[in-house]
Design a protein around this ligand. Structure first.
Ligand SMILES: Cc1ncc(COP(=O)(O)O)c(C=O)c1O
Length: 414
């Protein structure tokens, strides 16, 4: 079984005892190490942009400010959370397929760095808003490639897709956007797939990006400030998943990226790697307490105070085709091996966080921890469903624990 360091277990226990459960605990040391690993592997080509959709916790955003150079927001609400946490609006890009007028007006008016244009309709609307505000807005044009290699857990292109401008239509659309007087095309953006654990597929995908970037920039005589690569880097979620080997990705992509960066057209171009889960996913644990146990027809069931309402992804309802267990352990260890079903507090049979998980025998009051929970946790969960307590969010920095709970619902706390 996959057990963390005893130190981690001590932090998880303290967090649960001081602040209550269910709780997400984010270990900043782990994020720091991941930033360093990304810089070591890719720093000679890329700077990083944190896609905050995966974890918009304000305390975490404030901690990341200064440690990661850029942030990507995907709504007006995220823009306000990022700037509220201290991020300079000029360091933000704004993606999203259906931005509303109020969101565009707010972000452009506040000095947004780059608007990521996903359609001609959006370009025209942004042009009008920028004109009204007396600004010329920097934009990146999001392109949807016609192909995504196999191996990505979630795919945003390579088939009919709401995201970005289809590559077949990009030459014409780019020409039209470049003609809009209040927008300045500062570069291109592609995010076509994510959660990939196969180095070769990531290398192939970035190769697709560089080919598109080169073609479009040459045909439109564009010398971009920025090219954004949607990283697609995956993390291990399930028992037996092997972590992605960044060095293998770097080795595979090196020739292509070196050729791009040494091309005079891209001499002043900054390449940016946009990613979320790889940075923060493995830094988070979800801790839930067993409120009740039941032996039902030969199966031991641990019923916990957190379930799909607080961790939708671990319940398998956030983009997983077949539900598979996350890595789960009993906090503090314990004797024996019992196949256990882990369910949550909701009155629905789909509220399951684990089936047949081999764990020490669990009893009422025990704590279990679900790994790889730092991304797409509270933000992606239906926390109001059945009005149980929303999860605590605890930031653990150098052994110090801080309550950074963001969402307060109607649930009764102990
Ligand atoms: C445009 C865009 N950027 C960034 C991300 C972040 O992906 P991940 O958290 O898998 O790195 C996504 C994920 O859906 C996305 O659609």
């Amino acid at each position: 079984m996959n057990r963390p360091e005893p130190d981690t277990d001590r932090i998880l226990t303290q967090a649960a005892e001081r602040f209550g459960t269910p709780a997400y605990v984010y270990l900043t040391d782990v994020i720091e190490a991941r930033i360093a690993a990304l810089q070591a592997a890719f720093g000679r080509w890329f700077r990083l942009s944190y896609a905050m959709k995966c974890n918009p916790n304000p305390a975490l955003l404030a901690w990341l400010n200064g440690r990661v150079p850029f942030i990507d927001v995907s709504s007006g609400g995220e823009f306000l959370l990022a700037t509220g946490a201290g991020w300079d609006a000029g360091r933000a890009s704004f993606t999203g397929p259906a931005k509303r007028e109020v969101e565009l007006r707010t972000a452009i008016g506040a000095g947004l760095g780059e608007l990521v244009i996903e359609s001609l309709r959006e370009a025209r609307l942004a042009d009008r808003i920028a004109a009204g505000l007396g600004r010329r807005q920097n934009v990146l044009i999001r392109i949807a490639p016609d192909r995504v290699p196999k191996g990505f857990g979630d795919q945003m292109a390579g088939r009919p897709s709401p995201f970005g401008i289809d590559v077949e239509e990009a030459p014409e659309a780019l020409a039209q956007i470049m003609a809009l007087p209040n927008l300045r095309v500062a570069g291109l953006h592609i995010y076509s797939g994510t959660q990939c654990l196969k180095p070769a597929a990531i290398v192939e995908n970035w190769g697709i990006f560089t080919a598109i970037f080169r073609d479009l920039c040459a045909s439109h005589d564009l010398r971009p400030d920025r090219l954004i690569f949607g990283a697609g880097l995956g993390i291990p979620y399930h028992p037996g998943d092997a972590p992605l080997d960044l060095e293998q990705v770097a080795a595979g992509a090196a020739d292509d990226l070196d050729a791009l960066t040494s091309d005079p057209r891209f001499a002043d171009t900054e390449l940016v790697l946009e990613l979320g889960r790889y940075l923060v996913g493995p830094a988070g644990y979800f801790v839930t307490r067993v409120t009740s146990v039941k032996d039902s027809r030969g199966t031991r069931i641990a019923i916990c105070d957190g379930g799909m309402n607080t961790h939708l992804a671990a319940s398998g309802h956030f983009g997983m085709v077949l539900r598979r267990n996350y890595v789960i352990h009993r906090v503090g260890g314990g004797e024996g091996e019992v196949k256990t079903d882990i369910s949550g507090p909701l009155c629905t049979s789909i509220d399951k966080l684990g089936t047949n998980v081999v764990l020490p025998r669990l009893d009422e009051g025990d704590l279990i921890a679900i790994h790889a929970s730092g991304a797409y946790g509270p933000t992606s969960s239906p926390v109001n469903f059945i009005s149980h307590p929303t999860p605590r969010e605890i930031v653990a920095e150098g052994g110090q624990l801080r309550d950074a709970t963001r969402i307060e619902g109607a649930g009764l706390r102990d």
